[in-house]
Design a protein around this ligand. Structure first.
Ligand code: UDP
Length: 470
């Protein structure tokens, strides 16, 4: 713990999605441990994951009314609507509450750190004279993708997915190496809605005083260099943020899912891991938003069971499109409890992912390649099977499989034979061992970056000095 002198107050406003709350809380923890008083704005939507004053006794929390109580829980299909709605509904209350904070503050004007998705809050902060930085919770490569997307669409090289032939999907995107057309950011089916969202997010970053990004120069130096030269703004690559966090609640995520008896379930899945052989288990989780088709789900289940390897599988509410958990499990495989009774499988609705990935029994991670999961796998040196669904997950997969070479790409539609083959390759072959060795090397590189003298540690110090200078 360093630099304990009292610093300028930092206000943080995470976007209420799991993959955005976790890195913002980790950033809060890192800033707090270096002497910054912390205030967290949060929406009522998903406040269960964040408003745990008892867990964060030294933070101040301010709830922003959002009027989205009728919104179904977020998923990959409605996330753009949710982002738009929350921005529309929170602008006025955020203005009111921020003005109140300013009138209550005797010290220097606080600084604000906004999630990049809060594009309507930046102008509010400007009107009130509050200096604002933006937190990008994805990779530098994906932010470059956001910035490039409108121009790429205008050039006509990225027509909507439905119109693109297979061979065109394999074509390289020259502006964004090593991405292929099929790796570009994609959310939903409405191209105009996606373009407008991407433009607003990129504008939010461009008009801020600086960008904090949950990545490391040790991992994405060329991508960060491009970002810095394109944006001409200070860019602080302070990741992986969860490895800086000193508070326990910021090192494992608070779930958005109100799962009955979750504490017990967490403990039981760790106990189950304790009973498994070293590096024998495949951990399977597709994050908080992705949902699979029923046919993919069935193929996953059979592929997992046929591989004969033990697995810990997170099936949260909403994991399978349009189905409840009980009716989703294929009869004869899990329906009668065969795999579970034989001890080969453990199924939970939510897992303490960071602890799971640290566990000696885990030999591989089948992931959707959300950026947090990607970083969490790398920081624990765990090789991955990548099945991306939307947003930046396809781009993250390209880096994991082809650049860092720590993963196997396994795209939908899934087929049980291919699933089984990927699992065996990861857990039983020399190829899998080589991926693990590279993942462990990156683990060391990232750990060094967060140590005194490392690039992320230096970026964190620079960020603190920058916040004081604003
Ligand atoms: N996570 C978890 N338990 C689970 C599934 C996910 O703690 O069972 C956490 C995971 O550690 C990560 C976050 O939820 O920090 C998911 O973020 P990511 O960017 O990987 O994916 P998203 O949910 O945004 O698609």
């Amino acid at each position: 713990m360093k630099n304990q002198r009292r610093r300028r107050q930092v206000l943080l406003f995470p976007f209420p999605l799991q993959g955005h709350i976790n890195p913002m809380l980790a950033l809060a923890s890192m800033l707090h441990s270096r002497g910054s008083p912390i205030t967290i704005f949060h929406t009522h939507y998903n406040s269960g994951a964040i408003d745990r004053s008892s867990k964060h006794p030294s933070y101040r929390f301010i709830e922003i009314p959002d009027q989205v109580s009728n919104f179904r829980s977020s998923s990959q299909d409605n996330v753009l609507s949710l982002i738009r709605l929350l921005n529309d509904n929170c602008t006025e209350p955020f203005h009111r509450h921020l003005a109140q904070v300013l009138s209550d503050t005797d010290d220097d004007t606080p600084c604000l750190v906004l999630d990049m998705h809060w594009y309507k809050m930046n102008p509010v902060a400007k009107v009130l004279g509050v200096p604002t930085l933006v937190l990008r919770t994805g990779s530098a490569a994906s932010l470059n993708g956001f910035i490039a997307l409108p121009a790429l669409y205008r050039k006509g090289i990225l027509p909507s997915r439905a119109q693109v032939a297979e061979w065109e999907m394999e074509a390289a995107v020259e502006e964004l190496p090593p991405l292929k057309v099929k790796d570009m950011i994609a959310v939903g089916n409405d191209r105009e809605e996606l373009l407008s969202f991407v433009a607003l997010d990129a504008e939010n970053a461009r008009t801020s005083a600086g960008i904090i990004i949950n990545t490391s120069d040790a991992l994405e130096s060329a991508e960060l260099e491009k970002l810095r030269s394109d944006l001409s703004l200070p860019v602080f690559a302070v990741g992986p943020l969860h490895k800086f966090a000193t508070r326990p609640e910021a090192t494992n995520s608070s779930s958005l899912w109100p799962v009955q008896g979750r504490q017990d379930e967490d403990r039981m899945c760790m106990e189950w891991l304790d009973s498994q052989d070293p590096r024998s288990v495949l951990y399977v989780s597709f994050g908080s938003l992705a949902s699979v088709d029923r046919s993919d789900f069935t193929e996953m289940a059979w592929g997992l069971a046929n591989s004969g390897r033990p697995f810990l599988w997170v099936i949260r509410p909403g994991s399978v499109k349009g189905l409840l958990l009980d009716s989703a499990l294929p009869d004869g495989l899990f329906g009668n409890g065969t795999a579970i009774r034989s001890g080969i499988a453990k199924i939970v609705e939510w897992a303490p992912q960071r602890d799971v990935l640290k566990h000696r029994a885990v030999g591989g991670f089948w992931t959707h390649c959300g950026w947090n999961s990607t970083l969490e796998a790398l920081t624990e040196g765990v090789p991955v099977i990548c099945t991306p669904f939307f947003s930046d997950q396809m781009g993250n997969t390209r880096y994991m499989a082809d650049v860092w070479k720590v993963g196997v790409e396994l795209r939908v539609p899934l087929e049980r034979g291919r699933v089984e083959g990927a699992i065996r390759r990861m857990l039983t072959t020399g190829d899998g061992e080589a991926m693990r060795a590279r993942a462990q090397e990156l683990q060391r590189v990232l750990a060094n970056a967060n140590e005194e003298g490392g690039s992320s540690c230096q970026a964190a110090d620079d960020l603190l000095s920058f916040l004081s200078s604003l």
